[in-house]
Write a protein that binds this ligand. Sequence first.
Ligand code: FAD
Length: 547
Amino acid sequence: MGKKVVIVGGVAAGASTAARLRRMDEDAQIIMFERGEYISFANCGLPYYVGDLIKKRERLLIQTPKSMFRRFNIDVRINTAVEQINPQKKEITATTVQGETYRESYDYLVLCPGAVPIRPDIPGIDRPNVFSVRNVPDSDAIKQYIELSQPANAVILGGGFIGLEMAEMLYERNLDVAIVEAADQLMGPLDPEMTAIIQKYLLDQDIALYLGDRAVSLNGVERTESVTLASGKTIPADLVILGIGVKPEARLAQDAGLAIGSTGGILVNEYLQTSDPCIYAAGDAVQIKDLITGLDTLLPLASPANRQGWLVANNLCGRPLKYKGAQGTAIVKIMDMTAATTGKNEKTLRKLGIPYQACHGLPNAHALYYPGSSVMTIKLLFAPEDGKILGAQIIGRDMVDKRIDVIATAIRAGMTVFDLQELELAYAPPFSSAKDPVNLLAYAAANIINGDVSVIHWIDVPGHVKQGAFLIDARTASEFAHGAVENAYNIPVDEIRDRLSEIPKDREILVYCGQGLRSYIVNRILRQKGYDVKNISGGYGLYQYQQ
Ligand code: FAD
């Protein structure tokens, strides 16, 4: 018999390790322990199961212990928690749900215990109608509660990706939904001017938002009936969902004396080996390197967990491979909208003092003349010197996923905005434009680096106007009449050459249009005429969400 590998945790990273290991080593003895009843289930599908979009529960169960045994010859032990590791003896202690405790030896141990939902210390948090969404039984419980108790309203604590997915699904089940978020914006991985678009959209759908506020008590007797916020507001709550975030499940490792990183995740080297060379770790529980900053980070996402599991198996089979770090590519569907991100956001770059430049664009998802086109808002972050791509965020209705994935790939390849300009992407009118939105943003970014245009962001505009900047709206007179920025002076792009006399030469000129293209043309004209001119990134399209 070959080496004996014990795996703790049987979902994303654990099951990925087990399956790859078997494909690489037919002789290994592989035992996978899972505390819960299910292995290899689709956590990411849980909100959609609660929402009844996924009707058949078994569709969430990608593998069962039986199928895992038949296909991979893996000894799966469900309902069995690993309670202790003895690294000196190279054995673990496990306890079954029936209370039987036994020891199991290993040659190598792989820790994939995931993360645990954060449960804030709020009075009333333990009432039965307050739910986390982490596993199949959690989702069963929410579903059952909805069906039996017919709640009229739900409060979601936390406006992250899972909170938003749950908001949508509960809304689809005809509940009145409120989201409470302690930060001033939803979706922390994105910047506030981008999430403003989603926030407005949710408000338009009658989803209540309480931003910059937090729950201080859950009120009720047997069940929570309302939530009181720090602001003093009280909102009705027949159902409360905790979507505040997760923390790495590092207790087992810590108790065994393994090193824990500064983030609270299990410390691993680039081969995903813990401080004990016979123990590896992967998934939400580990501290990893940020691909862009090189800093320590936690990134509880499925793609890194699967990749890490696969790598650990390779490393156990004598094919050493390094984990290069994660960049935080993520996407969420919010009703008819999609929000996606990859790489670093502006908030983080600023906080870390990393030089960056940002530009926004509002291109059409596909050719405007082909039916069904919609505008997407893209923010690109890049290094001001060489144009290296640092991050991107996209919000839109269609085809957001493919654009974010192109940029995510570019970041992974270490590409610059100049490389991005050159990408030859698939085009026909139903799918894109001859200059894809990704190319367009790259052109805009390259123009900034090359000094062909200067940009200013909406947040800085009022200050400049106060200092005497002259604000030009380059849209048509009728667009201007339908709504414009205070104190803006309307000179449509096509009239600019004839109306130069109206533009003061001794003041800074700031120009916007609807999406940024017309104002860019005005910028080029004025700059060549010797004006001190700047383009307002994102134009009126972005401005209207910031109010
Ligand atoms: P998990 O998949 O959580 O597996 C860990 C397992 O270890 C658990 O089943 C646990 O019971 C078991 N375990 C823990 N301790 C022990 C022990 N001592 N003994 C035995 N077993 C133990 N990511 C995305 O990228 N995109 C998404 O759309 C997305 N949606 C999500 C939606 C929801 C509702 C949730 C909960 C997560 C979502 N994620 C998403 C995150 C993604 O599912 C996780 O990043 C991924 O599952 C992490 O894999 P893991 O193996 O580290 O942990």
